[in-house]
Design a protein around this ligand. Structure first.
Ligand code: CTP
Length: 406
């Protein structure tokens, strides 16, 4: 969002109490925010508040004398990267779907245009609806939604849950953080539009008895970052994850299915059950071994003189999938966390697993961290990706993979 100019429209709804927080998060993400409110919105949150948090004068009236040429509805969007209306009321949606323009915000939406290469092109318009569930389900609102989408307006949400009126159902505005994530996703290149992506993430857990087991130090953050970056680039994602303490990325978009598993065997079965995907990112740190016969009851400390455990090898999930590839589908990407000879071991694994791409790193220095430093290995060479946050690296990996698909 760095240096992005966002016109934030606020229409009349109780969800407007979240608007100052939304502005705060937009500014924190690097955006510049120009607030435009309807008269009704000023009943829920004041212009003074919005001016204070945005650091810019707030516009409500079409006849505002502060715009030098008197044409606020034209001027305000001309250097904007997007107009976001949050909350957008049923009334504002209906109004814009019919092309009505009787106040500054609705007129601005109709006249929206932004400069690009010396020309005026449509300024993107995103709306985050907020209304009572009866209003959301009303056929008139459904017609508005249909018309708005046909006209290229992007709807963010709504979500389902408790409503201000005490009822429960569809119509809640997305949380400000979800709106920002959607907006960030909107600005990413749609490099994987229409693609289906399968991802394994996190560690696996192999039980010794009902209370103990063997696992590893993978946090799942890299796999979850790949999932987020894939959705941002237009893909649909199925994320199969071992035990992690992470929220599902971009869950509110409906573009992600999550399956939680514990053991390597469960992960293998979940992967084998998945059908018809274009790309497989095998990010999970899968246990190579499982306990041959886990105890059905807790092993007591004094039950034996020294404990010995018999192991059995787990199937290699990535190798299993890579061996079934037909016509380059799915495109398989392996990950390897090493402690030494990172590139050399990575190249060997690329060949052993018969995959076209492998991402290698130094495991211990990045486990659980938000940052990573990676080497992208392919048959004809390696590329070092500079140390960065895991989401930025995930976006770089997605970009590289998209080049290989064409
Ligand atoms: N992998 C897998 N199933 C396994 C083991 C590994 O799918 N049973 C996948 C991982 O998800 C990763 C890649 O294989 O994408 C490399 O994993 P890694 O553990 O580094 O490789 P191993 O083949 O297990 O080699 P080693 O443990 O000896 O380094």
């Amino acid at each position: 969002m760095k240096n992005k100019k966002i016109v934030l429209g606020i229409s009349g709804g109780i969800a407007a109490y979240k608007s100052p927080e939304l502005v705060r998060l937009l500014i924190k993400a690097g955006a510049e925010v120009q607030v435009v409110m309807t008269q009704a919105a000023t009943k829920f949150v004041t212009e003074t508040t919005m001016q204070a948090v945005s650091g810019n004068p707030v516009f409500v009236s079409q006849w505002d004398p502060r715009v030098s040429n008197g044409m606020a509805h034209i001027e305000l969007s001309r250097n904007a990267d997007a107009i976001l209306i949050a909350p957008v009321s049923a009334d504002m949606m209906a109004k814009h779907s019919l092309g009505l323009a009787d106040d500054l915000l609705s007129t601005l939406c109709l006249a929206r245009g932004t400069e690009s290469g010396g020309m005026i092109v449509d300024c993107p318009l995103l709306m985050a609806p907020a209304m009572n569930l009866q209003m959301w389900n009303h056929p008139a609102t459904k017609r508005s939604v249909e018309r708005l989408q046909r006209d290229g307006v992007h709807l963010l949400g709504p979500a389902s849950g408790d409503q201000a009126c005490g009822e429960v159902g569809m119509g809640r505005m997305l949380e400000p953080v979800e709106i920002i994530e959607s907006l960030i996703a909107f600005f990413q290149k749609k490099l994987l539009q229409g693609k289906k992506v399968l991802i394994t993430a996190g560690p696996t857990f192999e039980p010794i008895d009902p209370v103990r087991g063997i696992t590893n130090r993978s946090s799942g953050k890299m796999g979850f970052a790949i999932a987020r970056a894939a959705i941002e680039s237009g893909a649909e994602v199925h994320l199969i994850t071992g035990p992690v303490a992470l929220d599902t990325p971009l869950a509110h978009t409906g573009k992600i299915q999550r399956t939680d598993v514990e053991t390597a065997e469960q992960m293998l079965n979940a992967v084998l059950a998945a059908k018809d995907y274009d790309i497989f990112f095998s990010v999970a740190a899968v246990a190579d071994w499982k306990i041959k016969s886990p105890n059905l009851q807790k092993i007591k400390k004094n039950s034996s003189n020294g404990l010995s455990i018999e192991f059995e090898e787990n199937a290699d999930i990535l190798f299993t999938i890579a061996s079934r590839v037909k016509n380059n589908k799915p495109f398989c990407v392996g990950f390897a966390a090493e402690t030494e000879n990172i590139e050399e071991y990575g190249k060997t694994k690329l060949k052993q697993k018969k995959i076209p791409m492998l991402i290698a790193n130094h495991g211990p220095s990045t486990f659980g961290s938000d940052e990573n430093q990676l080497i992208l290995i392919e048959a004809n060479g390696s590329l070092k990706l500079a140390r960065s946050d895991k989401l930025s690296l995930a976006r770089e990996i997605i970009a590289k993979v998209s080049e290989r698909l064409v």
